[in-house]
Design a protein around this ligand. Structure first.
Ligand SMILES: NC(=O)c1ccc[n+]([C@@H]2O[C@H](COP(=O)([O-])OP(=O)(O)OC[C@H]3O[C@@H](n4cnc5c(N)ncnc54)[C@H](OP(=O)(O)O)[C@@H]3O)[C@@H](O)[C@H]2O)c1
Length: 276
C-alpha cells in the first residue's frame, strides 16, 4: 500500500452527507482536513451536519456554479440516486479524482455520468466507520496516479483500515463480506439472545449476555491481532466441554459455514444487480 498522503488543504466536494458521508467528514477533520477546503452537498442535511458546518464554517450547499473543480469529488449518496448527482459532472474536471462508495455501481456506471473525469476510485466501507473502526475495500481505475491513490487511501483510511483490491469485481465481494457484515454480527447477537430466552433466561438478561459476548469477543479479537480467529476459538474450547458441544452443531455439515457462504453469495448477487 502507498504511503499516506497528508490531507492539509486538499479541496474536496462531498455529495451526500448521510451516515457514511458524515463518518467520512468527521474522519477527515480528525485527520487534519482544513474545513474551508471542503464543500458539502445534501438537499436535506441532518441537524448534526448543519451544526458541524456552522461550527467549523464548512461550506454547505453552495451554488454549484461557484465551486471550482475539486481535487476530489466523493459520492456518498444512495446508489439509486446516481443520476441525481450527474448534474455535478460539469464540476469534476480532468484532474478531479472521483471516489464512489455507492454499493453495486461500477466505475463504468459512474464514469458514464462524469465524462470529463478520468480517475475513479470505487470503494466499499462499512458502518463501524462511524466509530473509526471501519474497513474499506478500494479499487482504483488505471488512470488513478500514485498521488491520487495515496490520497484516496488517506481519505478512506480516516474511517479505519483500507484494503487495496486487485480487480473491480472484488468490490462486490467486499460489499457482501464486510460492507453488509456488521448486520450479520448484530443478527448473531439477536439470535444468541433468543436462544438464551428459549433456555429460560429473562429477555433483558439474555440480551445483555449476548450483547456483551459479541462486544467482548470482538474486542478480544481486536486486541489479539497476531492470533487467527480459528486459534482464538480453539483457545476457548476444551475437548469434550460445553463449547465443543455447541461447536459440533455450528460446524456441522449444515452449520454456520454453508449458511454464511449462501448469505454472502446473496449479498453479492444483490450488489451485482445494482449496477447500471
Ligand atoms: N450504510 C452502510 O452500511 C454502507 C456501507 C458501505 C457503503 N455504503 C454506501 O454508502 C452510500 C451512502 O449510504 P448511507 O448509509 O450513508 O446513506 P444515507 O444515510 O441515506 O445518506 C445519503 C445522503 O445523501 C443525501 N442525498 C440524496 N440525494 C442527494 C443529492 N442529489 N445530492 C446530494 N446528497 C443527496 C441523502 O439525503 P436524503 O436523506 O434527504 O435523501 C442522505 O443524506 C450508499 O451508496 C451505500 O451503498 C453504505
Amino acid at each position: 500500500m502507498s504511503a499516506a498522503a497528508p490531507l492539509g488543504s486538499v479541496n474536496i466536494v462531498l455529495a451526500g452527507v448521510g451516515k457514511m458521508g458524515l463518518a467520512l467528514l468527521e474522519g477527515w477533520l480528525k485527520a487534519g482536513l482544513t474545513p474551508s477546503a471542503a464543500a458539502l452537498l445534501d438537499p436535506h442535511p441532518s441537524a448534526p451536519v448543519q451544526a458541524l458546518s456552522e461550527r467549523l464554517n464548512i461550506s454547505l450547499n453552495p451554488p454549484i456554479g461557484k465551486l471550482k473543480a475539486p481535487d476530489v469529488l466523493v459520492l456518498a449518496i444512495k446508489p439509486q440516486l446516481l443520476d441525481q448527482v450527474a448534474g455535478l459532472a460539469a464540476l469534476a474536471g480532468p484532474d478531479t479524482l472521483v471516489i464512489s462508495i455507492l454499493a453495486g455501481k461500477t466505475i463504468a456506471d459512474v464514469g458514464a455520468r462524469f465524462p470529463a473525469s478520468r480517475a475513479f476510485v470505487r470503494a466499499m466501507p462499512n458502518t463501524p466507520a462511524a466509530v473509526g473502526r471501519g474497513i474499506t475495500g478500494l479499487y482504483a481505475s488505471p488512470a488513478v496516479n500514485q498521488a491520487q491513490r495515496a490520497l484516496a487511501e488517506t481519505l478512506l483510511g480516516a474511517m479505519g483500515q483500507v484494503v487495496a483490491l486487485q480487480n473491480e469485481a472484488q468490490v462486490d465481494a467486499v460489499t457482501a463480506v464486510s460492507g453488509s457484515g456488521p448486520a450479520y454480527v448484530f443478527l448473531l447477537a439477536e439470535c444468541l439472545a433468543a436462544a438464551g430466552v428459549a433456555l429460560g433466561l429473562e429477555r433483558p438478561v439474555a440480551e445483555q449476555l449476548a450483547r456483551a459476548t459479541v462486544e467482548g469477543a470482538g474486542e478480544l479479537m481486536f486486541q489479539s491481532q497476531d492470533i487467527a480467529p480459528a486459534q482464538l476459538r480453539v483457545n476457548v474450547t476444551s475437548p469434550g466441554g460445553t463449547t465443543a458441544a455447541a461447536l459440533e452443531v455450528l460446524m456441522g455439515a449444515d452449520g454456520l459455514q454453508p449458511l454464511l457462504t449462501k448469505a454472502v453469495q446473496a449479498a453479492r448477487a444483490r450488489a451485482q444487480a445494482l449496477s447500471g
